[in-house]
Design a binder for this molecule. Structure first.
Ligand code: HEC
Length: 192
């Protein structure tokens, strides 16, 4: 998000190494020759960002990639649960539900991903807590209970997506935003 980058650029102002916004590659042609053209305003990624009014979640490229991997696995788990519901395949439902529910790993992940964004970690933990009801219903072999818990879980997915989006930042920008260095691995503790 540009306002976030601007803030970080201001905070890092005294550091001669700080170059938070790398210049995009310049295409040959008339536009490149005209200094009146703002490269940032013409960057399609900046344009898309400006249209997206959701709260940005600053993440380093590695964290953002890892978050998207996790998200895609959340959707795979939902797919597995719906498929298993058709035949009341309880073991599949139980193992898929466990991936979505609360765990020390999921808690640590939410704490890292939300380190720079007030409210994001809490939303993630709430989502995992909601998904715990899926495990309970699958253990009880309660078909209607799984459907009900799945509906509540999906609501938690869609509400978070409505409110937050990724904002890719550099490691130093992340450190300024959180007061701590970015995790070297998303699953590792943020501080040594
Ligand atoms: C705490 C917030 C939160 C919750 C809860 C959440 N997501 Fe996400 N999800 C995100 C964010 C942030 C993104 C990145 C969106 C963006 O930048 O446009 C994302 C992206 C995704 C993507 C796109 C991945 C990609 O490769 O681009 C999928 C799929 C997804 N989520 C599925 C789910 C499913 C399924 C659930 C629930 C079972 C879920 N998410 C719950 C925050 C959340």
């Amino acid at each position: 998000m540009r306002s976030f980058r601007l803030l970080v650029a201001l905070l890092l102002g005294g550091c001669s190494q700080a170059a938070p916004v790398p210049a995009p590659p310049v295409a040959p042609g008339p536009a490149a020759a005209s200094p009146a053209v703002s490269t940032s305003a013409s960057d399609p990624r900046d344009q898309a960002e400006a249209m997206d009014t959701r709260t940005p979640v600053p993440l380093t490229p590695m964290m953002a990639t890892h978050q998207k991997e996790q998200m895609r696995d959340h959707l795979v788990a939902v797919d597995e649960i719906v498929t298993a519901l058709a035949t009341d395949d309880w073991p599949t439902m139980q193992s898929a539900a466990a991936r979505l529910g609360s765990s020390p790993e999921n808690t640590m992940m939410c704490e890292h991903m939300g380190a720079a964004t007030p409210g994001f970690t809490g939303r993630g933990l709430e989502f995992h807590h909601t998904a715990d009801a899926l495990s309970t219903a699958a253990q009880a072999q309660d078909h209607a209970g799984v459907v009900k818990a799945l509906a509540a879980t999906l609501s938690a997915c869609t509400k978070c997506h409505a409110d937050f989006r990724q904002d890719i930042v550099t490691g130093p920008e992340f450190a300024v935003a959180t007061g701590t260095p970015p995790p070297t691995h998303p699953a590792a503790p943020a501080t040594p």
